[in-house]
Design a binder for this molecule. Sequence first.
Ligand code: URA
Length: 240
Amino acid sequence: MDKIISGRSGNELQAELLKSVKALKGYVLNQGSLSVGIEWKKKPQAIKKSKDSLKNKEEQLKITCQEMANCQLCPLGKTRHNLVFGDGNPHAQIVFVGEAPGADEDEQGLPFVGRAGQLLTDIIVKGMKLERKDVYICNILKCRPPGNRNPLPDEICKCEPFLKKQLQIISPKIICALGTFAAQTLLKTDIPISALRGRFHSYEGIKLMPTYHPAYLLRNQSAKKPVWEDVQMIMKETQP
Ligand code: URA
């Protein structure tokens, strides 16, 4: 039941109180926007954000790389020789995302520098008529799983936020997911790569083309044709 207090009902008091709070909020906001007399807690954050967005992509990637330089979030931190953050053009239109570093990558701290990497370079240079420095290359995992075993769910889970940030910073036109792990991790699906490839999907609003991993291509000549079809679709999409 609605109680009567000082001649007014509870509902009336509540409405009055709400009105006063709204008026006070308006006053505070007004003072804040004029920077008059009120210590405005939100302002420093807003200033920091706009400063951050002014930093160029290269700097932002460097900061993200530094943030994870000594990462020990999963056991791979103990066995890696080098963390393989990523390499290439921070302003790239195309980002290739592989699975995880192998022995060569772990040794050099660079992605796709082994045999599969040479094939990826051929696809970029001979197929797409680009240079490696025109694109950006990285992996789902930044550290090598021992013996090149498949990435474990917990490793993917711990490492993924760094990749997400990397992709957010670069904000490419196209992501090319190389192989099952990259495609399934980014698209949050367990549909096989054979069914995913051949068409664009969406990753956080970015067009994503899954295709076979270059290492698979080394073992399966028959995958050459579908990969070339996928690559041509990417090229078409990135032409001015
Ligand atoms: N395979 C990958 O998935 N990534 C590399 O960096 C090298 C091989």
